[in-house]
Design a protein around this ligand. Structure first.
Ligand SMILES: [Zn+2]
Length: 345
């Protein structure tokens, strides 16, 4: 499929994003507003300077940008600004639905009252729906590096507050030295309360972490799952049990888990029949967009239009949308394929 028609086709597909971190989704416009509101944080309040600060250099610099944004989140207005900024960007790419990872423990640790966080989420979500026609849902995740205390407090907060749209319970941060199993009680409590288990696993460590996510945390989807291809039995198991993987290709290249998109194990995942979904993780900070991820994977794997549409449908099927909403989105994807957008493919 020639570049321009492929681009148009990808844009026309109604898309779902299942793996994006709220803090990591902050774009330059949003951060500019935050920097002007919180000059004490020392983040550039000049656009050109901020754009330069935002440019991806290496993983350490990414962490610096991420924590600089985190440090400016003080109250509901800041959270609301993040959510609305994300929704506007999703709308621009024809992304209709996103499950957004929020890490309440980090905000509470920084001194933000829980009510402020929740109100910011609720207000932002309402604006996303009304002004951008984007439906948002939340996944509250545990910052794994902060240990079982973070696990307990995240579970307590999630289950006590249970805001509208909270669908998932996750686990992020480093994997090496942060065993998944220690968080089992919190995942059990969250699952018993009806939340879906969506831990990161196999991003920065091997297949054993993915097995643990499945067995100990009852993972219904795997965040990243990059290393699953190193274990044929795991590949077969994920395919057989239809456990989707939230693949974030550009993120994996940026963090040097894989050398390039062309060398990404996504090809092997697809060859083995896994339910592959494409996602962005921390998009502006990695210089990624969801459309860009589809384009990069479609181009490097030489996918046909129907295969690209299949990826979009996988994300809808793997989402925690209601069945009727899933069916409506899937039907719309079929219509885009039938309408012949990018027909020369
Ligand atoms: Zn992530």
């Amino acid at each position: 499929m020639p570049g321009e028609s492929l681009r148009a086709f990808i844009h026309a597909l109604p898309k779902a994003e299942l793996h994006v971190h709220l803090v990591g989704s902050a774009g330059v416009d949003t951060v500019l507003a935050l920097a002007r509101r919180h000059p004490e944080a020392g983040v550039p309040a000049d656009r050109a300077e901020l754009e330069q600060f935002f440019e991806f250099r290496d993983f350490d610099h990414f962490l610096k940008v991420y924590w600089a944004v985190q440090s400016m989140l003080k109250d509901r207005r800041d959270i609301r600004a993040l959510v609305i900024g994300l929704a506007a960007e999703l709308a621009r790419q024809n992304v209709r639905y996103a499950e957004v990872t929020v890490t309440p423990y980090n905000h509470l640790l920084d001194g933000m009252p829980g009510d402020e966080l929740l109100t910011g989420l609720v207000e932002g979500r309402a604006v996303a729906r009304a002004e951008h026609n984007v439906e948002l849902a939340w996944c509250f995740d545990i910052p794994g590096e902060k240990g079982v205390r973070a696990g307990r407090e995240t579970a307590v907060f999630a289950l006590r507050e249970r805001p509208d749209g909270l669908v998932g319970f996750g686990l992020g941060g480093p994997e090496i030295g942060v065993g998944r199993a220690q968080f089992e009680p919190f995942f059990t409590a969250a699952r018993e309360a009806g939340l879906h288990s969506v831990p990161h696993a196999g991003e920065t460590s091997g297949p054993a972490t993915i097995w643990s996510a499945v067995h100990d945390l009852g993972a219904e989807r795997i965040g990243h799952g990059t290393s699953c291809t190193a274990d044929p039995a795991l590949l077969a198991w994920l395919a057989e049990h239809r456990i989707p993987v939230e693949v974030c290709p550009t993120s994996n290249v940026r963090t040097r888990q894989v050398p390039s998109i062309a060398a990404h194990p996504v090809r092997r995942m697809l060859d083995h029949g896994l339910v592959v979904t494409l996602n962005t993780d921390d998009p502006p900070m990695f210089g990624a967009t969801l459309e860009g991820e589809y384009l990069a994977v479609a181009t490097s794997l030489g996918l046909r239009a129907a295969e690209v549409a299949r990826l979009a449908k996988n994300a809808v099927a793997a989402s925690f949308l209601e069945d009727a909403a899933k069916a409506a989105m899937a039907a719309e994807i079929d219509q885009v394929v039938a309408s012949g957008t990018g027909a020369e493919a």
